[in-house]
Design a protein around this ligand. Structure first.
Ligand code: G1P
Length: 290
């Protein structure tokens, strides 16, 4: 029986170049979808999946993320005094929903390196990794689906979705032998392949549950694509040694690291909010070219 998965790593040290110029002064993870920063949705997914401790692998330019998950006593006091106690307690809940632990990635040496920076906090336990550019809306949180597979099969697992051949070069792509209609035993992983080199069209949109052996593989991984320590390369070593599954999760994924994907997520989440829905539909109708 494998240990319980109660910790997650969320790398947030990236420069956010796809969202310049705003990311010149604002962490990309703090860009809001309506009124909550993107990172809040990711943390919510982790907490709803049973995660208790979240390790943010961050950089010194991104202190506002830590502040967001802390108390703001002055603001809470003011809200209570002005009769907005409910809002004050909502803000408090953000700070209390889990333990946030920050470690610094001093050198932006790649995603594998970023995950490796969490090693002193995670220790010898399995853990989840969630990437902040991917928002996954699912009946059962995507990370929970992966934890269920991990607990059931006792093997590390990455979430995958099918993408068109034209998009494989944006993702880590897996290849392997089917175990059931959602699960593969991975025997190949390629980071951002050309369509002709891709082992399949199953792409990893940034959700993983891994055995702590991954840390050893990260430390042995040499710089790969783009001269960076790629997480995908360390996962390929994990697949060869301890075994790795892919699981085609149930849910809709929004690429909020991309401008159009970000707008789509804003639209979908806006339409879901009862107080915004009618107004948003009216505005869309008014602005659509006739
Ligand atoms: C990273 C990973 C890649 C994964 C992707 C998901 O790439 O290296 O394997 O498919 O995230 O968003 P990035 O988008 O950070 O370049």
């Amino acid at each position: 029986m494998k240990a319980k998965v109660s910790k997650a790593v969320i790398p947030v040290a990236g420069l956010g170049t796809r969202f310049l110029p705003v990311t010149k002064a604002v962490a990309k993870e703090m860009i809001p979808i309506i009124d909550k920063p993107m990172i809040h949705y990711i943390v919510e997914e982790a907490v709803a999946s049973g995660i208790e401790d979240i390790v943010l692998v961050t950089s010194r330019h991104k202190n506002e993320i830590q502040r967001y998950f802390d108390y703001n006593a002055e603001l809470e006091d003011r809200l209570v005094k002005s009769g907005k106690a409910e809002l004050a307690s909502e803000l408090k809940t953000i700070a209390e929903s889990c333990n946030i632990i920050c470690v610094y990635q001093k050198d932006p040496a790649g995603l594998g390196h970023a995950v490796g920076c969490a090693r002193p906090v995670i220790g010898d336990q399995p853990f989840a990794v969630l990437l902040g550019d991917d928002l996954i809306d699912a009946p059962v949180p995507c990370t929970r689906q992966l934890i269920n597979v991990f607990e059931h099969r006792g093997t590390s697992v990455v979430g995958v979705m099918e993408v068109p051949a034209t998009e494989v070069s944006k993702y880590g792509i897996v290849g392997g032998v089917p175990i059931d209609d959602r699960t593969l035993k991975i025997d190949r992983m390629v980071e951002k392949p050309k369509p002709e080199d891709a082992p399949s069209r199953f792409a990893i949109p940034g959700r993983y549950v891994v055995d702590p052996a991954i840390f050893r593989h990260i430390s042995e991984t040499r710089p790969g694509k783009g001269g960076e320590i790629q997480f995908t390369d360390a996962l390929a070593a994990l697949a060869r040694n301890e075994g790795l599954l892919s699981y085609r999760f149930d849910g809709d994924r929004y690429d909020t690291g991309d401008r159009l994907g970000y707008l789509e997520a804003t639209l979908v989440f806006g339409l879901r909010r009862p107080e915004l829905r009618d107004g948003l539909v009216r505005l869309m109708r008014a602005h659509l070219p006739s």
